[in-house]
Design a protein around this ligand. Structure first.
Ligand code: ZN
Length: 208
């Protein structure tokens, strides 16, 4: 059911991208209530609007929403439980770091639990990149179970992208360095979801 919804909402996200081409609209969606599926649909719509002008760094220049849908789908496909807060947080995990949305926006629209998970995986962008990367390694074992699974899914998607559509200006050394760093972050997140970890391990092996 969740997989169906993600696929359906991906189509809606693409329509949103087409409708909003060039416009960055912060729509005042009502606070999600009712079922988790409603919340997830709203999260997909909100993320598509917020990231509308962004593309992945890779040569294919995929719409950024593809990464967010892939992270949510990885979690949905490898988990036995349906956790709409985790899947919504997966769709929203880069919205504060990479758009003008604030944690307050996320809390007001999607509630404290989704906001808590998003906050856990959001870097402090005021820090230099090297310090942010070191912090991710240090923080990983302290994250909640949901935060740790979201980290693994995010890194898996990024490693798959390095294989399928590497950034044109990345040398082989830079790719290997990214894989090593992702493995260090994920080392602190293991022990919760073996199928998800296997997806990460496969992606890391292919990216090396
Ligand atoms: Zn991400």
């Amino acid at each position: 059911m969740l997989q169906f919804l993600v696929e359906t909402c991906l189509c809606e996200a693409v329509r949103s991208l087409e409708n909003l081409r060039g416009k960055q609209t912060l729509t005042a969606l009502p606070r999600a209530n009712g079922s988790g599926l409603h919340q997830l649909a709203k999260a997909l719509d909100y993320a598509a609007r917020q990231h509308v002008a962004q593309r992945r760094k890779g040569a294919l220049g995929e719409p950024y929403i593809n990464h967010l849908c892939e992270v949510a789908a990885l979690l949905a496909e490898t988990s036995d439980q349906e956790d709409a807060d985790l899947l919504s947080a997966a769709v929203l995990h880069d919205v504060v770091e990479d758009t003008d949305a604030t944690m307050e926006d996320v809390r007001a629209l999607f509630g404290p639990e989704v906001a808590r998970i998003v906050a856990e995986v959001t870097d402090d962008t005021s820090l230099p990149r090297s310090i942010r990367k070191a912090r991710q390694i240090e923080k990983a074992p302290t994250l909640s179970q949901q935060g740790r699974m979201l980290k693994i899914a995010d890194k898996t998607s990024n490693l798959r992208a390095i294989v399928a559509s590497p950034p044109e200006d990345w040398s082989d050394d830079r790719k290997r360095e990214y894989v090593r760093w992702a493995e260090e972050v994920v080392a602190g997140c293991r022990g919760l979801n073996h199928r998800l970890e296997a997806e990460f391990d496969t992606a890391a092996a292919e990216a090396k």
